[in-house]
Structure formats: structure tokens, C-alpha cells
Design a protein around this ligand. Structure first.
Ligand SMILES: [Zn+2]
Length: 64
């Protein structure tokens, strides 16, 4: 089932189990309620998702 942005009618993209407007990424649409909700945690999750293995191992090695 496709979802469409209520503001610009663009087909929404699935991201982190929610749907966001792709045009919001380029500042072309203001449908960003979900983005605002997850803004803080998303930046942390994105960092971990990009380096799921390297971060813990590097961190433990750098403790001393
Ligand atoms: Zn939109």
C-alpha cells in the first residue's frame, strides 16, 4: 500500500519503520512531523548503523 504526502502528494519513502516525504530532505516540503520527533535519537542511531562493529571495538581499544 502506497502512502502519499498530504502536503505535496509525493509518494512517501519508508524510513525507520515510518514514512517521510522525500522532498523534505531537499527542503522542498514541510511534512516533517516524524523527523522532528526522532531528530535527536536518529542522529545517534545513524552513526551506530553505519558502523555497527567498528565503534564498540575501537572504543574499547581506545579506553587506555
Ligand atoms: Zn511532501
Amino acid at each position: 500500500m502506497k502512502h502519499h504526502c498530504p502536503l505535496c502528494q509525493t509518494e512517501l519513502v519508508e524510513r525507520h519503520q515510518t514514512h517521510v516525504c522525500p522532498r523534505n530532505d531537499i527542503g522542498d516540503c514541510r511534512y516533517d512531523a516524524i523527523e522532528l520527533l526522532n531528530q535527536q535519537s536518529e542522529s545517534i542511531n545513524a552513526m551506530v548503523a553505519h558502523h555497527p562493529d567498528s565503534i564498540p571495538s575501537q572504543a574499547s581499544e581506545r579506553v587506555l
